[in-house]
Design a protein around this ligand. Structure first.
Ligand SMILES: C[S@@+](CC[C@H](N)C(=O)[O-])C[C@H]1O[C@@H](n2cnc3c(N)ncnc32)[C@H](O)[C@@H]1O
Length: 249
């Protein structure tokens, strides 16, 4: 893995004794990302069996803004075929897992090779998970997730159309005091804030059959000067929905 990620492989070395900001550790709990900063949180992993993630999945998922923004509440009511969603900026796969647990097929695309390796590790462990939840199992939801590596802007033209494209590019914090959750804090430190990618919306609208959903910070401007057709605002974030031409008429 170190070879394929082009990072040095350390054996039996205390990372604190080295000049490192971040390191990955593969242990029985999975592939963890660590920071060596003195106030660093513990390991960040892709863990689809995580309790708080499954709490989100099991507690009124259809009331969640992401689920409404994707249009899943309406579609499920009509017992239509399940949606195929492209999560074009997959990150740690939490949003993708929520959607897969609601029976969507979700293709996760991630451009960072390190985050991609963490997702691949999480998928492998998720498929083996046996903790049965009330309505779904972690393994069952994980089986509806697939993973690709690459930059959405480079691959968009070669991808098959999907019902919905979901975009959650890393957004800068709204203020210095606004702390993001520990996993996103570590990811932002590792990857830096995404440069602005105004082409994302057009690429997504070309690929989506029905809609594009963009996650933004609650007070952040929209991704593009076009006004979204619908917005669902929450405590810290907002989901902007852009309907495709075919679905506006
Ligand atoms: C904020 S995180 C996404 C978090 C995710 N929604 C979740 O639930 O864990 C953003 C991720 O998008 C990836 N990303 C940003 N721009 C991208 C692009 N053009 N193509 C593919 N991945 C991209 C970053 O590497 C990062 O891992």
């Amino acid at each position: 893995m170190a070879e394929s990620l082009a990072i040095p492989l350390l054996e039996s070395v205390m990372p604190s004794s080295l000049d490192l900001d971040y390191y990955l550790r593969l242990d029985p709990a999975g592939l963890g990302l660590f920071s060596t900063a003195s106030d660093a949180p513990g390991a960040v992993r892709v863990d689809f069996s995580d309790q708080s993630l499954n709490y989100r999945v099991l507690n009124k998922p259809k009331h969640q803004n992401l689920v409404k923004a994707v249009g899943l509440n309406k579609i499920a009511a009509r017992s239509a075929p399940k949606l195929h969603i492209l999560d074009a900026t997959a990150g740690l796969g939490k949003d993708a897992f929520l959607l897969a647990s609601l029976d969507c097929w979700v293709t996760m695309l991630e451009r960072s090779s390190i985050v991609h390796a963490m997702l691949a590790d999480g998928l492998e462990r998720g498929l083996l998970a046996d903790n049965t939840q009330a309505k779904t199992t972690v393994a069952d939801a994980t089986s509806r997730l697939s993973l690709c590596r690459g930059d959405f802007l480079e691959l968009a033209d070669a991808l098959e159309p999907v019902d919905v494209v979901y975009l959650d590019p890393m957004f800068p914090p709204r203020s210095k005091s606004a702390r993001v959750k520990k996993d996103m804090f570590l990811l932002q430190g590792l990857l830096g804030h995404a440069e602005s990618q105004p082409e994302l919306l057009d690429a997504a609208l070309n690929l989506a059959v029905s809609r594009v959903v963009v996650k933004r910070g609650k007070l952040s401007p929209a991704l593009d000067p076009r006004a979204p057709d619908i917005s669902y605002g929450g405590r810290s974030s907002r989901y902007d929905v852009y309907l495709t031409q075919a679905h506006k008429s």
